[in-house]
Ligand binder design. Sequence first.
Ligand SMILES: Nc1ncnc2c1ncn2[C@@H]1O[C@H](COP(=O)(O)OP(=O)(O)OP(=O)(O)O)[C@@H](O)[C@H]1O
Ligand SMILES: Nc1ncnc2c1ncn2[C@@H]1O[C@H](COP(=O)(O)OP(=O)(O)OP(=O)(O)O)[C@@H](O)[C@H]1O
Ligand SMILES: [Mg+2]
Ligand SMILES: [Mg+2]
Lengths: 227, 227
Amino acid sequence: MIDLRGIRKTYVMGETRVEALRGVDLHIGAHEFVSIMGPSGSGKSTLMNIIGALDRPSEGTYLLDGEDVSRLTDNQLAHIRNRKIGFVFQTFNLLPRKTTLQNVELPLIYGGYSPKERREKARMTLEQVGLGDRMDHRPAELSGGQRQRVAIARALVTDPALIFADEPTGNLDSRTGEEIMEIFTALNRDRQVTVLLVTHESDIAAHARRIIHIKDGLIDSDRLNHD
Amino acid sequence: MIDLRGIRKTYVMGETRVEALRGVDLHIGAHEFVSIMGPSGSGKSTLMNIIGALDRPSEGTYLLDGEDVSRLTDNQLAHIRNRKIGFVFQTFNLLPRKTTLQNVELPLIYGGYSPKERREKARMTLEQVGLGDRMDHRPAELSGGQRQRVAIARALVTDPALIFADEPTGNLDSRTGEEIMEIFTALNRDRQVTVLLVTHESDIAAHARRIIHIKDGLIDSDRLNHD
Ligand SMILES: Nc1ncnc2c1ncn2[C@@H]1O[C@H](COP(=O)(O)OP(=O)(O)OP(=O)(O)O)[C@@H](O)[C@H]1O
Ligand SMILES: Nc1ncnc2c1ncn2[C@@H]1O[C@H](COP(=O)(O)OP(=O)(O)OP(=O)(O)O)[C@@H](O)[C@H]1O
Ligand SMILES: [Mg+2]
Ligand SMILES: [Mg+2]
């Protein structure tokens, strides 16, 4: 399903080179529930951006469902990102001048839904993350954890086959965080959604069946969760 | 030191009213180390913004060191914010076109330091939070946790008497988070800095001597930490 081989990512800034990923091999199968942990700056978001087809590696290959992502056209990539993948960004990336509802409706624009269907689907997803009463607020009129939940709702609204979440509970109290994890767990269990989530919190990581540790741009350990 | 009485904050959006704070009384003395916890959307950042003199309450009074903050001139308020208070924002608020070093030097501009002194002070603070090798990066060239640490360094660089930190470790792995808490603890213990920090993590809250819980815009509990 997700097949990374020899993945490297180097940022060049004038004379400096930052090797964010230094040779990552990773295979994630369909329906898996995987956590990725590691120190700040170790390469987790860089890895997620490559897996989410938002960025290209400097070296190595990425096969997604058998297709070489680097050979796909921009249109094919956009299609994968819109239909197959739901991505929760570490820094939310909401549109500041749109309301919560508009932000969550956005991925449905090219999905062939009527405006009424889009509105209803977005509304239901927002209810699911506890923001049914914040639909007309703009991002600046929301708390940090509410913005995070809008980003989560936007990733879920298209019913994607793959959910990639980069620290989705960093701004949430433990109870709200558990409610979000329950959504991901149910999607994985009942709808076979593949879930890949980066987290700093071991309580959150423990919801996954497999836990991968990243350190200095390399995979440090990759084990099944035995809890 | 920090004296809040009957503090209310209501946001009016057309016909909707959101009562973010609904009558908060709070006294925090000099040299205290206080954690504030509570559910997402309960009013913590709103409270911090009022205490940090970044926002005004709709009702109630705020005395800071005996002075009524609502009666201060804009110049006096700016002076307090620049010299007395170090504020770590939940969403970092870094200047995107400035480097890490420039972002951290910024609060020192009106402090009477020479450019060389400013640079040195900023560099030392960045070393303290583990970012000595990221000084020329712009925010977009940093990881989430690195941006968070730049925001922390910027709050510390002026040697403030009061540190207000809104979820300073949300994007940090536990070890880096502990390093940051060690900085705050040392400032409180050795330099009598008053520390007020909002957090969702009880391990982080446990570093404080007093833990306040906020719920629905009101103080729900306020106890000494008996660990
Ligand atoms: N500018 C605004 N206009 C309208 N409502 C607002 C505005 N800012 C905040 N709110 C609302 O006020 C409430 C309190 O927000 P606040 O940011 O203080 O919460 P918080 O406790 O910091 O939450 P979190 O833990 O998610 O950061 C929230 O329900 C939020 O939707
Ligand atoms: N555009 C860029 N240019 C230069 N260096 C970069 C760029 N983006 C990221 N980096 C560097 O690459 C490294 C990995 O970054 P990444 O965002 O993947 O870390 P992370 O594991 O997600 O960290 P965190 O837990 O703090 O979010 C970091 O050291 C960062 O400074
Ligand atoms: Mg990251
Ligand atoms: Mg907040």
